[in-house]
Design a protein around this ligand. Structure first.
Ligand code: RFL
Ligand code: PHB
Length: 393
């Protein structure tokens, strides 16, 4: 039986923040696209992941019509706390950079984007199976998939691989095309979501002898917290009591009282830095986690994905307006300049804040670095300007 055929200008694999935002921005530029997602709509709208939007990313969401719920529910944060040797130190983003970040869950961004795409009549295919790409080095690549038992073929001018780290687009590039840069950390994060009011107004990044801890939040009644653990930690070994008492120990400082509540989600995330270069092969472009991932200590993953989308959507706009393909040819180079700075920042925050199991000398250097960063305007500014986000273009 032959496959059901359709055609679009930009075929997008994956409905995470990058695929949905690309489809949204292309729509605003009058360019049609179809998003092919393997999971259900409910699954992607409830997947708990990132929580911090860079200043310019939040502004971009607003300027592209996605500000209503962000303005109502997003929590602007003008600073953060670094806690080490039992003492908290505030990094004042607003004073140092004139910018701030917004705490707003990735799943809320995904919900806003899905709603906007559907309202505009956008085509999103959920629950697609056996998704594959072909002809990426030709002028007419295609995405093939099965939906509700029916085989489909979507012919495209361009394919955007927005299918995350474990997707099929990166492996579809010919052997030897990509150079991989990779670092695996010997620890992970045990993350929890709890029905508990946040115990502090701002995020607390804690460096403690027992390991790193992070206090974050999703709303005035929901806390999001993380503990450094083994990369293959068994969640079953972490009772609610054990989690709360370990958070209590690692976050302890004068005047601090940990608010506890019902833990509604627990998961372990391994830590990795990864970049695949170049982010393009013929008519296939990798976007977001499909091309690069960072350890979450710098809160950069989703923000970097949106950074790629800005570059690609502008290049596609020029291309489809008949103004040449230079933007597409430069896509990888332009993205990678920002990506490598984000990689550096995420690696730096990770090594500065985690227990590294290195010797006494390195531990002293780590504490000296924290002391320098929090004690010097130059040091604090370096952290602040990277955390609130480098320019998007
Ligand atoms: P995603 O979100 O992984 O979306 C990829 C989509 O592709 C689908 N897919 C396929 N669809 C069709 N066919 C296939 N064969 C497919 N294979 C996969 C998947 O189902 C999925 O829907 O990638 P995208 O869009 O590039 O977005 C990247 C972000 O999700 C990621 O970087 C962030 O979540 C990372 N991250 C954080 N980023 C931040 O900017 N700020 C943060 O505060 C932050 N905190 C975090 C994080 C990630 C974490 N985890 C769980 C990894 C905290 C954590 C704990
Ligand atoms: C989160 O709220 O999930 C979060 C916040 C800051 C990070 C990572 C994750 O660095």
């Amino acid at each position: 039986m032959s496959a059901k055929s359709a055609r679009t200008r930009v075929g997008i694999v994956g409905a995470g923040p990058s695929g949905l935002m690309l489809s949204h921005m292309l729509h605003l530029a009058g360019i049609d696209s179809v998003v092919i997602e393997q999971r259900s709509r409910a699954y992607i709208e409830n997947r708990i992941r990132a929580g911090v939007l860079e200043h310019d990313v939040a502004e971009l969401l607003r300027s592209t019509g996605l500000g209503a719920r962000l303005n109502a529910l997003g929590l602007p944060h003008e600073g953060t706390q670094l806690l080490f040797a039992g003492q908290p130190h505030r990094i004042d983003f607003a004073a140092l950079t004139g910018k701030h970040v917004t705490v707003y869950g990735q799943h809320e961004v995904v919900r806003d984007l899905v709603a906007a795409r559907l309202e505009a009549g956008g085509e999103l295919v959920f629950g697609a199976e056996d998704v594959a790409v072909e002809g990426v080095q030709s002028g007419s690549p295609a995405i093939t998939y099965t939906s509700a038992g029916v085989a489909h073929r979507l012919d495209c001018d361009v394919i955007a691989g927005c299918d995350g780290f474990h997707g099929i687009c990166r492996p579809a590039m010919p052997a030897g095309h990509l150079k991989i840069f990779d670092r695996i950390y010997p620890f992970g994060w045990l993350g929890i979501l709890a029905d508990a009011a946040p115990s502090a107004e701002e995020l607390i990044y804690a460096n403690h002898e027992n390991g790193f801890a992070l206090l974050s939040m999703r709303s005035p009644t929901v806390s999001r917290m993380y503990l450094q653990c083994a990369p293959d930690e068994d969640v079953a070994l972490w009772s609610d009591d054990r989690i709360w008492s370990e958070l209590e120990v690692r976050l302890a400082h004068e005047g601090f009282a940990l608010h506890t509540g019902k833990i509604t989600q627990k998961s372990v995330t391994p830590m990795r830095s990864f970049v695949a270069e170049p982010m393009q092969c013929g008519r296939l472009f990798l976007v977001g986690d499909a091309a690069h991932i960072v350890p979450p200590t710098g809160a950069k993953g989703m923000n970097s994905a949106i950074g790629d989308v800005v570059v690609l959507s502008r290049a596609l706009e020029r291309f489809f307006a008949g103004r040449g393909s230079e933007g597409l040819e430069e896509y990888s180079k332009i993205c990678l300049r920002r990506i490598w700075k984000t990689q550096r920042f995420s690696w730096w925050m990770t090594t500065m804040l985690h227990r590294m199991d290195h010797g006494d000398f390195d531990r002293r250097v780590q504490l000296a670095e924290l002391d320098y960063v929090t004690g010097s305007v130059a040091g604090s500014t370096t952290l602040a300007e990277n955390y609130v986000g480098l320019p998007l273009t």
